[in-house]
Design a protein around this ligand. Structure first.
Ligand code: NAP
Length: 490
């Protein structure tokens, strides 16, 4: 179930938000947050009006400051409002564990006994759960703050052993996955905001994100789990692409963003979480290698992976960036598969993307020069592959058939930047930009004006995502859908 909190400050706004939430087909329960309403008298009026005109079940909450709420008045007044909600027959009333003994219960209202921690996910959450259970709750609510992605694991494990209907998740960006995946682990409901800016807690997704990107209501205990591991990941378009593809192919699977600080502890803790696969992005493409069980041939030659497949508990690393770039280039050259052999290639950048591209080009028999700002990095890659390297500043004297940008220059928000002066671009040159946000970069615009043939980074991005999908599912990916979804988001 999805519950949306009403976080208005006035009677008028409360009524208007209630009306929007009541009409939204994906919202099952509405939480009236009395502590957001500025005046105590207004809160009382809102409570009466809401319960009188409700079309969906209502949770009444009046959270004190000590548990992350906004109630300014006395504790007596706060409890008085909660008691009134019970007397008026609210479907559910949320009472904090330390206040429940002051409340007189009635059969007409179910009591959610709650615990909130806005600082951390404490190690004694099972003990907190037991303490709540002893107070005979109708529903248990344990909400903590995640300071690391692994904090979610303890919440999932708590949900698995819960013997009373339980709401439990982590707040904050690291806690996103516990909000999205709660149905998989047996959680009763998740909270979502009506729209951006109306969140009642950090890390709350909007109802539209939960429904349209993560297809929350389609998830259940059998749902297979996938995700992107990196830092940052909040800007990633991979969740939209992979989740749309799962739906298109009728697969009961979901793909979530996972902000990971320490890759070693992440892999150790998430082995027990039964994820079927991960995409891996900056900064973990190389540092993850020692913690996997197997690395496929191409990935071990490159020394970086972007995909993990979990086969019966064994984690294997793959690199789909390499074939994605080469296929993108070959398709851009009108599908002439032999066209790369013997071509002169100048590649700017020596990071993870460059590494995958350069290894692929070497196998195709290209004559490669790497240009990079940090010359030591260019030397290291050129030594590993067996090719030439130059200083980044020497790029203005280009004599090449193919030019590739594999730096982040020109990427959003610095969309007016280009790694190459326009006059260095020559007619009939093939110019490939690995940057895909924006799709048409300044470099590609300049190249088109100079009569070059251009290949954009979206082609590579879709190719690598499509290959990940094949590796994880064994099913042919819906490539056209992937392209259209990506274009819409970008
Ligand atoms: P990375 O490992 O962090 O490497 C970044 C590279 O960019 C390094 O060579 C770095 O040079 C260079 N660089 C960054 N800012 C620069 C500046 N202001 N001036 C000169 N050089 C600069 O990142 P990555 O994974 O290789 O990704 C690089 C780009 O490729 C990103 O835009 C990413 O979005 C894109 N990418 C696209 C795809 C796709 O599917 N289309 C896949 C992967 C990556 P130094 O060594 O001197 O720091």
């Amino acid at each position: 179930m999805i519950c949306v909190p009403i976080t208005a400050r006035s009677i008028e706004d409360t009524i208007s938000e209630l009306s929007l939430a009541s009409k939204h087909a994906d919202i099952d329960i509405i939480e009236l947050r009395l502590d957001y309403i500025s005046e105590m008298e207004d809160a009382e009026i809102c409570l009466e009006k809401t319960l009188k005109s409700k079309t969906k079940p209502i949770i009444v909450t009046n959270r004190p400051k000590r548990e992350g709420g906004n109630f300014e008045g006395s504790e007596k007044d706060r409890l008085c409002l909660l008691q009134k909600a019970i007397e008026l027959g609210a479907d559910y009333v949320d009472v904090e564990l330390d206040s429940v003994r002051h409340i007189t219960r009635r059969d007409s209202s179910k009591i959610i006994i709650s615990y909130h921690n806005f600082k951390e996910t404490p190690h004694n959450i099972n003990k907190i759960y037991e303490d709540i259970s002893q107070c005979k709750p109708d529903i248990v609510k344990v909400v903590t703050y995640a300071n690391d992605i692994t904090d979610n694991v303890r919440i999932f494990e708590l949900l698995k052993i819960a013997n009373v209907p339980t709401i439990s998740f982590c707040m904050g960006e690291y806690g996103h996955i516990s909000r999205i995946l709660t149905r998989k682990f047996g959680g009763l409901l998740t909270f979502a905001s009506l729209k951006k800016g109306k969140e009642s807690a950090p890390g709350q997704l909007t109802i539209d994100e939960l429904s349209n990107i993560y297809h929350f209501k389609k998830t259940n205990k059998e749902t297979k789990l996938y995700g992107v591991v990196g830092n940052p990941v909040s800007h990633s378009i991979s969740p939209v692409i992979h989740n749309s593809s799962f739906v298109e192919k009728g697969l009961n699977s979901v793909y979530v963003p996972m902000k990971v600080l320490d890759i070693e502890t992440f892999i150790k803790d998430f082995r027990k979480m039964d994820f079927q696969g991960f995409s891996v992005t900056i900064p973990h493409k190389e540092s993850i290698l020692p913690f996997l069980d197997d690395i496929d041939y191409t990935a071990s030659k490159i020394g970086a992976i972007n995909t993990v497949v979990n086969q019966d508990g064994r984690l294997t690393g793959h690199n789909t960036d390499c074939m994605a770039a080469i296929k993108g280039l070959e398709d851009g050259m009108e599908g002439n598969k032999g066209a790369l052999k013997g071509k002169k290639v100048a590649i700017i950048g020596a990071g993870g993307a460059a590494r995958a591209i350069v290894f692929g080009l070497k196998e195709k028999g290209c004559d490669i020069i790497i240009y990079n700002r940090t010359i030591e990095r260019a030397k290291r890659l050129s030594d590993d592959v067996g090719c030439k390297y130059r200083r980044f500043e020497e790029i203005s004297e280009l004599n090449t058939d193919i030019l590739i940008n594999s730096t982040s220059i020109g990427m959003f928000p610095n969309v007016e930047e280009s790694p190459v002066p326009k006059n260095a671009l020559k007619k009939a040159m093939i110019v490939f930009d690995a940057v895909y946000n924006p799709i048409e970069t300044r470099l590609l615009r300049d190249a088109e004006e100079r009569g070059c043939h251009t290949v954009n980074g979206l082609t590579m991005f879709i190719n690598q995502a499509a290959e990940q999908f094949r590796l994880w599912t064994g099913i042919e990916p819906p490539v056209e859908l992937m392209k259209n979804v990506a274009k819409n988001v970008l």
